[in-house]
Design a protein around this ligand. Structure first.
Ligand code: SF4
Length: 235
């Protein structure tokens, strides 16, 4: 089998208050945007680790723990690029696990549609988030209150950490929740394929998959990274 050629570079970025130096490796040839997502996940992991290190230096303590899935009932916005990767991930799962997931996605979509929240309408982001959280719909990937796709979880899930007591995360408006100040690199990934690209709720992934736009662009890995960096500079 022919080996895929890769391009490697060292990114030196200032995001928020953080200085980030991160080696990145992407396919050298023209690929769909979803193929550079692992590289962006690595970058987000580095940004989150730097934010955590800064917090610890100032005496802060992260209260998130394995087995606490309160935040996994929030509306998780996902880009088309991430959606494509997650659909492929589910498709590659063993049939039993895949069927269980499809059933959970169908139940979640029915609850969201039943509540009239499948579309934003004229709601603000805040109103939509509060109404969505009130439904108490667990992310279909949540199992035993832990993320069953942890290494592949969306970028925005990686960026969400808190220092406040865990029970506050289960409150209806998350009042008193203190998130760690992690620069939202995930926002730059949202417009990777198209400017002003819309997002959808992760729990609607399978519904989105049935109507998703086809024929996405192919660009070389370095070109996708350039687009991502431009988006990051705009945020
Ligand atoms: S993908 Fe994982 S971390 Fe993100 S909301 Fe779902 S269960 Fe939670």
């Amino acid at each position: 089998m022919a080996e895929t050629a890769h391009s490697t570079a060292t990114l030196r970025l200032t995001v928020g208050d953080l200085r980030i130096v991160h080696p990145i490796t992407v396919p050298a040839s023209a690929v769909p945007a979803a193929d550079v997502l692992p590289a962006l996940q690595g970058l987000v992991n580095t940004v989150v680790a730097a934010a955590e290190a800064g917090l610890m230096k100032s005496g802060g303590v992260i209260s998130c723990r394995k087995g606490c899935g309160a935040c996994c009932r929030q509306l998780v916005p996902v880009s088309r690029t991430e959606g494509e990767r997650l659909v492929a991930l589910v498709a590659a799962m063993a049939p039993e696990r895949r069927e269980r997931l499809h059933a959970r996605f169908a139940a979640a979509a029915a609850a969201i549609e039943g509540a009239g929240l499948a579309r934003r309408g004229d709601r603000t982001d805040r109103d939509l988030s509060v109404a969505y959280f009130a439904l108490g719909i667990a992310c279909p990937f949540l199992e035993d209150e832990s993320c069953s796709i942890h290494p592949d979880r969306p970028l925005v899930c990686r960026e969400y950490l808190v220092t406040s007591p865990a029970e506050l995360c289960a409150g209806p408006t998350q009042e008193g929740v203190t998130p760690v100040a992690v620069p939202k690199v995930s926002l730059a990934a949202r417009g990777l394929q198209e400017e002003n690209e819309d997002w959808f709720a992760l729990a609607l992934l399978m519904k989105w998959a049935r109507t998703r736009p086809s024929g996405g662009k192919r660009r070389t890995g370095p070109e996708w990274v350039q687009r991502f960096l431009k988006g990051l500079a705009r945020k």
